[in-house]
Design a protein around this ligand. Structure first.
Ligand SMILES: *Cc1c(COP(=O)(O)O)cnc(C)c1O
Length: 474
């Protein structure tokens, strides 16, 4: 028999009573007083509303503490680690490059202890935060000088603002790129305060186009490496060397925005050639910009290397202060760059390069090794095998360059809906597993799964509830 409504409402325990239960003591220890009390208030409120709608027995204090625990446990940290089995090595939405161990250690040490961020240990006087990476960048790129900012978008913005504020910036119509996250070259120009002067056409731009456009008001000439699309057919562009000649003759700096830009020749590791920063410097661009977390394999950062006088001018721009990087990243950048001084061991030590350099045969062998255990975790509702696929180097960065790879291929025995259920369940694991759907199958491309992480991958999959997956329950 349901109690009369008012009676049940009166029996609802008070917050203090719920706080005194053993269940709540655990919550207090884990989440603290404020959050726990708040959760208890919420479940009491919900219980009160439920009782007003449908009179029944009032939950007791232990029951309410349990409901509060469910509420609090439902909040999982958003930035928790996951398995990137999408096949995209530099996945912008998944945080791009995974850092090298030495970079992680350096960042952790810089968090735990004071560091000589802007302090010269030789003289005991004030130092420059860029000093920690300036010499390494000079050595690795051949440039006279270097500076570091928040990301490559910031590097381009800062160069444009320093040299083309209320002046003209010249760029080919074939290079007015948009990259992911609303980085559109014309918008950046506008916000940098530069008047954009477009030259040439979408498919063809000639040296004369640049020459005719350069004038009194020209502050900078821009060359943008178009890594995320290709124009084919009747095409022409002006190479960086020739363009540098044209710009230098007019006394205007050429900025070559490499986007990804590599510090080593990737052909050495069996990969397709990307322009190296050293080549771009050699070609005569007085400024070269590139990302820290694309092919370079470090933390998010933007590098500007080039002429000493120009870098000095950039460093005097007040915007530099707003775009600078913190000690965590500087420590990680320094350690990452340090690895490039030993190219022989780079592929071993730098995860990005290690993943990119893996052969299909190696990945296929790993897939066969894991197949039986994975099949078991999936249960009756799915079949799995090993299939060939193509990995991508980057999502926003280099979507056109693919690598021969292999994947665990999972097909539903029943409807396609089961596959949706599986991808959702994989995302909900305490260590989420992200794959990609292709031709009615879920592909788990193992390119980015280190052998050392195989055991934790299988442990994560062990959380799957095969029975629930078979019955389409969430
Ligand atoms: C990726 C890219 C950028 C932006 O670099 P972020 O480090 O992502 O800010 C700028 N220009 C080009 C050509 C790029 O490829």
């Amino acid at each position: 028999m349901a109690e009369p409504e008012t009676n049940a409402l009166r029996r609802l325990p008070a917050v203090a009573t719920v706080l005194a239960t053993t269940g709540a003591v655990v919550l207090l220890d884990r989440h603290g007083h404020a959050v726990t009390t708040d959760a208890i208030r919420r479940v009491i409120d919900e219980a009160r509303k439920a009782l007003q709608i449908a009179p029944t027995l009032a939950p007791d204090a232990d029951e309410l503490a349990q409901r509060a625990a469910h509420l609090l446990d439902a909040r999982t940290p958003g930035l928790r680690p996951l398995f990137n089995l999408t096949g995209t090595v530099l996945h912008t939405n998944l945080g791009r490059a995974v850092l090298a161990e030495t970079a992680i250690e350096a960042a952790v040490a810089s968090m735990r202890h004071p560091v000589a961020l802007e302090y010269d240990l030789d003289t005991g006087s004030r130092g420059e935060r860029d000093d920690h990476v300036r010499d390494l960048l000079r050595e690795l790129t051949g440039a006279e000088d270097a500076t570091v900012v928040n990301n490559n978008a910031a590097a381009v913005l800062l160069c444009l603002n320093t040299f083309a504020l209320r002046r003209e910036a010249i760029v080919s119509r074939g290079e007015l790129i948009e990259i992911g996250g609303a980085f559109r070259m014309p918008d950046i120009m506008l916000r940098a305060g530069a008047d954009m002067v477009e030259v040439g056409t979408t498919n063809r731009t000639h040296a004369a186009d640049y020459r005719n456009a350069i004038g009194e008001r020209t502050g900078i000439v821009l060359k943008v490496h178009t890594s995320n699309y290709r124009i084919q057919g009747f095409v022409a562009d002006v190479g960086a060397r020739e363009l540098a000649g044209i710009a230098n003759a007019a006394g205007v700096p050429l900025l070559n925005d490499l986007g990804s830009g590599s510090l080593v020749d990737l052909a050495r590791y069996g990969l397709a050639k990307e322009p190296t920063v050293r080549e771009a410097v050699d070609e005569g661009a007085r400024l070269v910009t590139f990302s820290g977390d694309k092919l370079l394999g470090g933390p998010q950062a933007g590098f500007i290397v080039g002429d000493r006088t120009l870098i000095a001018e950039i460093n005097r721009n007040p915007l530099k202060r707003a775009l600078r990087v913190d000690k965590l990243r500087l420590a990680a950048i320094e350690a990452t760059l340090e690895l490039y001084r030993d190219p022989d061991r780079l592929a071993e030590r730098l995860p990005t390069l290690r993943y990119l350099a893996r052969t299909r045969a190696d990945i296929e062998a790993q897939a066969h090794r894991l197949l039986p255990a994975v099949t078991q975790c999936l249960g009756e509702a799915f079949t799995a095998d090993v299939g060939e696929c193509q990995s991508q180097i980057g999502s926003g960065a280099l979507p056109l360059d693919t690598l021969a790879s292999a994947a665990l291929r999972i097909h539903p025995r029943g409807s396609q809906q089961a596959l949706e259920g599986l991808t959702a369940a994989l995302r909900a694991l305490s260590y989420p597993v992200i794959g990609r759907i292709s031709e009615g199958a879920l592909l788990l491309d193992l390119r980015c799964l280190d052998q050392a992480d195989e055991a934790s991958f299988l442990t994560a999959l062990g959380e799957l509830d095969a029975a629930a997956l078979a019955s389409h329950r969430p």
